[in-house]
Design a protein around this ligand. Structure first.
Ligand code: PXG
Length: 462
């Protein structure tokens, strides 16, 4: 293990001062951060990070849900380096392509489900989502139905932070800023059974949440709705796993009214749920999907939209350009890294490892080690992604009051005790690298247990 990588060369105070003076962080209260100083991450290997003070931290979030093959993979570094020497950049606009982009498109088409055979490249999940928005609307225009342009998404969905992604997503905190939002979006309730079902069984609630889609379609008019967009499992919303019957019902309704299904696979894609894509885990047959993060294990920014034959055939046959794209669409270096990442995933049978071995072990250990903890109201998850509701009272599901930010208290204890676990409101979420071993899962659970104990001590002392 590459202990305390380069920490001896890092002057923490100097980096923090530069950062405070000049760096505006995403989704951050800059004043509050500057007052305490950002933690400086200096190196990483496998599932561990090191900071500039020499602390070793188990990364229970795989960076930001992305470093699926773990840190320090020399194969990925080598792929980037040799592609940079060969062809560092050329665009894919001017009737040109490059070898890694063409090969990657073929490779992605081979691992995506159904007829998702054509690939559009971008650089981030948000850009992939914007691509979906523009592409499905253009599809209906080509079909002679330009009025069929409304997108239906869900409350508490996360689809990125561009204007398109923010508008499509259901994050109220984001909607409050930078308005006006993009028009043409309608939202329905999220399928959060533990938090919002009242007395309904999971099955009843699954039907109720899917019926909300049908009601919305009828309210807006089926002829005005372009697509339903959803994450197979809501990630940034707190890891909300829908009831087992939910997606099948959603599909039935979309089919009935001829509405496209777009699955946002930015988190679920590339093995996270134990299949190549979350759509397979939940039996969804999408018309179009977005992917990013795990596509390159986060080593370089790259995203993609896999397009089904219905949309791709229409775009291809249409006698006009699709006027959309980015300077770095199909970037050869990012594509080379993604290709090598997929090759490694196959060589190491990582999807099967998550589906059959480490995923079930992770889910079982979380429940066994943490399930009885007085703070833990409920644990849900599939494969290597999980969300835990923190409550004041397990029986009534009552949460802590507004004055107690239980998630942040817990997250800070984790940070101080060598574990990265993310807080989403009152939920703690985990999404470790897919290469995590059983011993590392045990360590993660022990650390989480200790941090839940410390969190309980803190709130009891308030
Ligand atoms: N869709 C989904 C489902 C995502 O999870 C995006 C789109 C946007 O991807 P980019 O690459 O543009 O960030 C995401 C990203 C969090 C967090 O706090 C989650 C994401 C991004 C940043 C923070 O959990 N997911």
């Amino acid at each position: 293990m590459n202990q305390a990588i380069n920490t001896q060369f890092v002057n923490t105070a100097e980096v923090q001062a530069q950062d405070a003076a000049h760096h505006l962080h995403p989704f951050t209260n800059t004043g509050a951060l500057n007052a305490k100083g950002a933690r400086v991450i200096t190196g990483a290997e496998g599932v561990y990070l090191w900071d500039s003070e020499g602390n070793k931290i188990l990364d229970g979030m795989a960076g930001l849900w992305c470093v699926n093959m773990g840190y320090g993979r020399k194969e990925l570094t080598a792929a980037a380096s040799s592609q940079m020497d060969q062809l560092a950049y050329y665009n894919t606009f001017f009737q040109t392509t490059n070898t890694p982009a063409a090969r990657l498109a073929k490779e992605i088409a081979s691992v995506t489900p159904g007829d998702l055979n054509r690939i559009f490249f971008a650089n981030s999940g948000s850009e992939a989502i914007d691509t979906i928005i523009r592409m499905v609307r253009q599809y209906w225009c080509i079909e002679g139905k330009p009025y069929k342009n409304i997108l239906i998404s869900r409350e508490n969905a996360y689809h990125g932070s561009t204007v398109g992604g923010t508008s499509l997503g259901g994050m109220s905190g984001m909607h409050k800023q930078g308005a006006p939002l993009m028009p043409g979006v309608e939202r329905i309730r999220q399928p959060y059974w533990y938090g919002e079902a009242g007395d309904m069984s999971e099955e009843e609630f699954g039907i109720a949440c899917a019926s909300a889609l049908e009601e919305k379609i009828l309210e807006v008019g089926p002829d005005n709705v372009a697509a339903f967009v959803g994450e197979p499992i809501q990630g940034a919303g707190g890891v909300i796993v829908p009831p087992a019957n939910y997606w099948a019902e959603i599909q039935k309704i979309c089919k009935k009214y001829d509405i496209l299904i777009a699955a946002d696979e930015v988190i679920c894609g590339f093995g996270r749920t134990g299949s190549w894509f979350g759509s397979e885990t939940f039996g969804i047959t999408p018309d179009i999907i977005s992917m990013a993060k795990g596509l390159s294990s986060g080593y370089l920014p790259i995203s993609a939209v896999a397009v089904g034959d219905r949309i791709a055939d229409a775009l291809t046959a249409h006698d006009d350009d699709f006027n959309h794209g980015f300077t770095y669409s199909g970037h050869p270096v990012a594509a080379a890294v993604a290709l090598e990442n997929i090759r490694l995933m196959k060589e190491e049978n990582i999807v099967e490892y998550v589906g059959k071995e480490i995923g079930p072990y992770f889910q079982q250990q979380l429940r066994e080690v943490l399930g009885d903890h007085p703070l833990v109201g409920h644990i849900e998850g599939v494969g290597l992604v999980a969300g835990m509701a923190l409550v004041k009272d397990k029986a009534s599901k009552e949460g802590f009051g507004e004055g107690i930010d239980i998630g942040m208290i817990c997250r800070d204890h984790c940070f101080a005790n060598g574990l990265i676990m993310r807080a989403v409101g009152r939920r703690m979420v985990l999404s470790p690298p897919l290469v995590i071993s059983k011993a590392e899962v045990d360590e993660l659970c022990e650390k989480a247990l200790k941090c839940f104990d410390l969190t309980l001590e803190t709130v009891n002392a308030l």
